[in-house]
Design a protein around this ligand. Structure first.
Ligand SMILES: CC(C)(COP(=O)(O)OP(=O)(O)OC[C@H]1O[C@@H](n2cnc3c(N)ncnc32)[C@H](O)[C@@H]1OP(=O)(O)O)[C@@H](O)C(=O)NCCC(=O)NCCS
Length: 322
């Protein structure tokens, strides 16, 4: 039986930091509103860096952390909704930057759930026996898609990348990964930008921005987060008490605390870093896991569930023992 385990993590955020007060320059908002509604105090945003730049820096740290050589990697999957090109993908750009072998590399678009999707895919590809060592990444520059005149959305997002190396193993550490989606409610969180419709007539295309029905997304998130945790526990004949921690997608502290309350799980065991980074989409979960491990919040032997939700609508969760 082939199992999988995490052998290295890394993360990176751009240098430029924007506080809630800095946002007043763009929109009618204030620190009190943003912090009390979301838990966000500041976020990091790109200036001249692109998504691949963030992915590269996070990957180099993860590779070093894993103690492997770049040539050991035989699979690269990048979760992003902010690729630098339609093609080549961030994964191919990254392959060149890291001097990897001529291995399979591809991008996955599942918005803020993206990292759970790439973890699910890589986990199953390694467990199939076809691949040995995967570099998986969530990397986003969502602030490049943000409408800086829309206070409903621009206060929420930040840029980051998180990377993870997973390999085949004799021990069962990545125990289960599940994902789901509902395309029928796509309009709750959407960014339409797929080229120009009727390009002969409309020679100049309009760049679209993120549109969100905030309170409906909130309701979806607070329902799907505990449901995904309970689904994972049921599938693995476990109960909540068997878990040491939950590392949830950092979209809104109120979503995380409502889920903890509904699950009857201590808030002390819900990892939080949202105040410093905001919602970094697909980077949120690997950034959180990397910081949780490096700060010794998560320790060897700990059992945790990581869970995310996002545009699509999409969601995913993983049960992991470190
Ligand atoms: C976006 C969100 C924080 C808004 O919080 P809310 O309590 O639902 O607030 P509402 O949207 O009802 O807005 C309340 C008021 O605040 C105003 N407001 C919205 N954004 C504001 C801001 N940044 N600063 C000040 N006021 C703001 C609204 O215009 C509204 O004013 P009105 O009552 O005069 O119309 C919340 O709905 C949320 O977090 N949703 C989930 C979003 C999410 O996680 N998306 C990503 C998923 S991956």
């Amino acid at each position: 039986m082939i199992y999988t385990k995490i052998i290295g993590t890394g993360s990176y955020v751009p240098k430029k930091m924007m506080t809630n007060d800095d946002l007043k320059e763009f929109v009618d908002t204030n620190d009190e509103w943003i912090y009390s509604r979301t838990g966000i105090k500041e976020r990091h945003i790109v200036t001249d860096e692109e998504t691949v730049d963030l992915a590269e820096k996070a990957s180099l740290i993860a590779i070093e952390d894993a103690g492997i050589k770049p040539e050991d990697i035989d699979l690269v999957i990048v979760a992003t909704v902010t690729p630098d090109n339609y093609f080549p993908g961030v994964s191919q750009l990254l392959q060149a930057r890291l001097n990897l072998r001529e291995v399979m590399t591809f991008d996955v678009n599942a918005a803020c759930s993206g990292f759970l999707y790439v973890l699910n895919i890589a986990d199953k590809m390694i467990k199939s026996g076809a691949y040995d060592t995967a570099l998986i990444i969530g990397a986003e520059t969502l602030t490049r898609l943000t409408d800086w005149r829309d206070r409903n959305t621009c206060v929420l997002f930040g840029d980051a990348a998180g990377a993870m190396i997973i390999t085949k193993s004799d021990t069962n550490n990545i125990k289960d990964v599940i994902c789901g989606s509902r395309g029928d409610v796509d309009d709750l969180l959407i960014c339409k930008n797929v080229g120009i419709k009727d390009p002969v007539v409309n020679a100049v295309g309009m760049q679209d921005h993120i549109h969100m029905k905030g309170s409906e997304v909130f309701k979806f998130a607070t329902r799907i987060l505990p449901k995904t945790v309970n689904d994972l526990l049921d599938r693995n004949n476990m109960v909540l008490d068997d878990l040491d921690y939950i590392v949830a997608h950092q979209a809104n502290e109120r979503i995380i605390s409502k889920a903890a309350k509904d699950l009857k799980f201590s808030m002390d065991k819900m990892f939080l870093n949202i105040s410093h980074y905001g919602n970094t989409s697909a980077a949120s979960v690997p950034l959180a896991i990397d910081q949780a491990i490096k700060s010794n919040y998560l320790k060897k032997g700990d059992k945790f569930i990581t869970v995310a939700f996002g545009g699509g609508l999409t969601w995913g969760g993983a049960l992991i023992e470190l």
